[in-house]
Design a protein around this ligand. Structure first.
Ligand SMILES: Cc1ncc(COP(=O)(O)O)c(C=O)c1O
Length: 380
């Protein structure tokens, strides 16, 4: 029988009185969109990630759309991206009328986009490369940036999973030409909806700031404060603005990011200890040598294991699990509308992956309960 209320959810919020006070502060200020909270968030984010510009928007999906537009993706262009990702990564290319070209991941251990695959898919139509730091584990950025520089192609980091993770001594999201973060409920910075772009490129920043709000040359707040009296519309823009409540929540969550990530790292150690006894489970990124934020905790089941059976078994014990990800190129919409190629490693992972609960407030007791139940399933 299905248990509708998981005892241990896949993700749980790390919220407290700070978030409640932040929302009240905004309500009492009576300024609800793109005001001082947004400005403060952008300033604090840029400082944290050591980038020149941080531009807050309504989601990572809209951030990715703006990033594609900023680097010039249009009809007839190709953008190389992973298929082992959330569909928003490649949808953002389609919004800009570009064509996604999917590249396989490195191996059954390293689930990030393969530099060799990227290079093999570059054509005269390639306008950008989007990388995605799966689970908060860095893509092979030195190799990718070297290829991108050689072919003069900009790199967009889909950093939805990545806040607070490192590649060598550099924070993810501060390496490519533009990066896009998500503040969706289950992310390491969690506000419900929301996102932010980072870039060191002044031209990209100027353009993105304009088109996130209808291509207008001044903002409502500027006019309210008397800094501007009218505006022109110089580009086709969108309403991709963030509101003050989400910006205020993101500021609180940014302050909790490093302690939250530290707690996730400890939880990952506990999981690894407990699950290492099961030889039919492999934990990816076994050779990862940088600091990761453990956005999710994925495992790879042996080919012989009935994944659906395991997920149902855990669900009935009150443990929520998920799959990251069904490969994008295998979705009906993509199969019916776009040329797809075989991506053997991505497809293999797509068939055998299960994601276990992971969040900053997960307890040792919960990890023990999850691991014991997994062991019980394997002993059956
Ligand atoms: C890898 C990746 N990219 C993009 C997104 C889209 O983020 P948002 O929900 O903020 O639009 C997500 C969200 O789950 C994601 O996991």
């Amino acid at each position: 029988m299905n248990n509708p209320n998981p005892v241990i959810p896949l993700f749980d919020l790390n919220y407290g009185s700070e978030e409640e006070e932040a929302v009240l502060r905004v309500l009492r200020s009576k300024w609800l969109t793109m005001g001082p909270e947004t400005e403060a968030l952008e300033h604090e984010f840029a400082e944290y990630f050591k980038v020149k510009h941080a531009i807050a928007v309504s989601s990572c999906t809209t951030a990715l759309h703006l990033a594609n537009l900023a680097v010039g993706v249009k009809q007839g262009n190709e953008v190389i991206c992973p298929s082992l990702t959330f569909v928003a990564t490649s949808n953002s290319i389609l919004y800009a009328n570009g064509t996604p070209v999917f590249a396989d991941v490195v191996s059954l251990d390293d689930w990030t986009i393969s530099p060799a695959e990227i290079e093999s898919k570059i054509s005269s139509r390639t306008t950008a490369i989007i990388v995605m730091h799966y689970g908060g584990f860095a893509c092979q950025m030195d190799e990718i940036i070297e290829i991108a520089k050689r072919y003069k192609i900009p790199v967009i980091e889909d950093a939805a999973h990545a806040p607070g993770s490192f590649y060598k001594d550099r924070l993810l999201g501060a390496i490519g030409d533009i990066s896009c973060f998500s503040f969706f409920s289950n992310k390491n910075i969690s506000t419900g909806e929301g996102g932010i772009l980072c870039t060191n490129n002044d031209e990209y920043a100027k353009y993105i700031k304009k088109i996130r709000s209808h291509g207008m040359t001044s903002a409502t707040l500027d006019r309210h404060l008397g800094h501007a009296y009218s505006y022109d519309v110089t580009d086709l823009g969108y309403n991709y603005r963030v509101d003050e409540i989400h910006a205020a929540l993101a500021r609180c969550q940014l302050k909790k990011l490093s302690t939250g990530n530290e707690r996730r790292r400890l939880a990952a150690i506990r999981y690894k200890d407990a699950l290492s006894k099961i030889d039919k489970i492999k934990i990816p990124f076994g050779n990862y040598c940088f600091l990761a934020n453990y956005h999710i905790f994925p495992i790879l089941l042996d080919k012989s294991i009935d994944r659906h059976g395991l997920m149902v078994f855990l669900r009935n014990k009150g443990i929520q699990t998920s799959i990251h990800y069904p490969p994008v190129q295998m979705f009906s919409y993509y199969r019916e509308n776009y040329k797809t190629t075989m991506l053997p490693i991505t497809e293999e992972i797509g068939r055998r992956e299960v994601t276990l609960p992971m969040f900053p407030t997960i307890t040792d007791g919960q990890i023990c309960f999850i691991s014991e139940n997994i062991m019980e399933f394997f002993q059956k």
